[in-house]
Design a protein around this ligand. Structure first.
Ligand code: PLP
Length: 433
């Protein structure tokens, strides 16, 4: 089937709501590249939206999945215990301890992890309200949409889950004009405590959920002092802190967890994407005493913690350990950061370069004004790069952010080739070349 035929046939049988940002298809993939039906190669700077930190089809992972699929494909963990579940939980507790005792619940997607994190927080506290943030993204289930900020993800999908209270994310680039960074952060923390009088009473709040680095929202990095202050406020009022690491985890920021940059431990955390190299698996991790407050029968699901998914995830993490994925994340991050910092000097359309580790982005604006997003330029840049075999993705409430989520196993040569294409096309589109 040609690419054209595939697209035409897709349009006959797939709902329109399932938008695709491109007309490109993928027939096979390896490492940092994928290839379409005609064999055209693309450098993948999207990593399947943060799923492919260990690269496309790592051979050790493919082998582990095939072996498990031929041994035990399904049990339903609420009926029968199996080894891959326990081994993977042990591995996660080893690399991401949440304190003296840590427990892990497997599910199938990031949104499902978020749903369960909230369920557990409510049971553990006996409270119902949840505080979340502008520009936050937590998935497409009903509660996930309620927690998600961007309205175009949820048009006409309501009514949404109740008891969700959204407050402004501490976004210095857009909201900190004329202020010193530290003063802005201190003020944001003071405002948080005010919200506990004006928006929702702390006695009603089960948890605050925040992404240490916002993903879909546009790679805004939570200020370090803010997250530390938030931890202290949560402790003061008996609210739990849920850190959503679905996009930022597993080496992306140069550490297993982005929160490791903050010297902060969550009560509960959510994970998905790169933990399985593409096999559908996600998890909720949490302090043992919190996780055990969930009542028997309230957690589970037919496919949750499926043996094949667990085996694929365990092989992914073991491979990541073997190749030192965190060091690779750090290295990729340094190269991209330096490159973007240089490009910003050449190109005034770049309003801000930001990120943590290899979770780097540029925000494109008009007239160097943070409040004049340039979504049109962003779209054109993505299309021009695609023509040249570089697959990029956008982000941000206003669609004016280019985020880099390349596999972390990308070679320096491929990474620099991709960045050079991005630079050339951006300079051309802004009449600087
Ligand atoms: C931070 C965050 N949380 C939750 C989700 C939802 O994950 P999924 O698409 O696997 O449901 C995403 C997906 O992009 C995400 O980035």
């Amino acid at each position: 089937m040609t690419s054209e035929e595939l697209l035409a046939r897709r349009n006959q049988v797939v709902p329109k709501a399932l938008v695709s940002t491109s007309t490109i298809n993928a027939a096979k993939a390896q490492g940092a590249y994928f290839y379409d039906q005609e064999g055209k190669a693309y450098i993948d700077f999207s990593g399947g939206i943060g799923v492919l930190n260990a690269g496309h089809c790592p051979p050790a992972v493919s082998r582990a999945i095939a072996k498990q699929a031929g041994t035990l494909m399904h049990t339903f963990f609420n009926l029968l215990t199996h080894e891959p579940y326990v081994l993977l939980a042990e591995k996660l507790v080893e690399i991401l301890p949440h304190g003296e005792s840590t427990k892990v619940l497997f599910v199938n997607s990031g949104a499902e992890a978020v749903e369960n994190a909230i369920k557990i927080a409510r049971q553990a506290t006996g409270r119902s309200a949840i505080i979340c943030y502008t520009a936050g993204f937590h998935g497409r289930t009903n509660l996930g949409m309620a927690l998600t900020s961007k309205v175009s993800y949820k048009i006409a999908c309501g009514p949404f889950a109740p008891e969700v209270y959204r407050i402004p994310f501490p976004d210095f680039y857009h909201r900190g004009a004329g202020q010193r960074y530290d003063d802005f952060v201190a003020q944001e923390l003071q405002d948080f405590e005010k919200y506990l009088s004006s928006i929702v009473a702390p006695e009603s709040v089960a948890a605050v959920i925040i992404e240490p680095v916002q993903g879909e929202g546009g790679f805004y990095v939570t200020p370090k002092k803010y997250l530390q202050g938030l931890r202290a406020i949560c402790d003061k009022y008996g609210m739990l802190l849920i850190l959503d690491e679905v996009q930022s985890g597993f080496g992306r920021t140069g550490k297993w967890a982005a929160y490791e940059h903050y010297d902060v431990l969550p009560d509960i955390s959510t994970w998905a994407k790169s933990m399985g190299s593409g096999i559908p698996i996600a998890c909720v991790m949490g302090k043992g005493e919190v996780m055990d407050k969930a009542l028997p029968g309230t957690l589970g699901g037919t496919y949750a913690g499926n043996p094949v998914a667990c085996a694929g995830s365990l092989a992914t993490i073991e491979y990541m350990q073997k190749i030192n994925i965190n060091q690779k994340g750090e290295q990729v991050g340094k190269i991209v950061q330096r490159f973007f910092a240089g490009l910003k000097k050449e190109c005034p359309a770049i309003g801000e370069v930001r990120g943590l580790g290899a979770m780097m982005a540029i925000e494109l604006v008009k007239n160097q004004d943070p409040n004049q997003p340039d979504a049109d330029l962003t779209k054109k840049l993505i299309a021009a790069c695609a023509d040249r075999g570089l697959f990029l993705i956008g982000a941000g409430l206003y669609g004016n952010v280019i985020r880099i989520l390349s596999p972390l196993v990308i070679t320096q040569k491929t990474l620099r080739t991709g960045l050079a294409i991005l630079r050339e096309e951006l300079l051309k589109l802004t009449n600087l070349a």
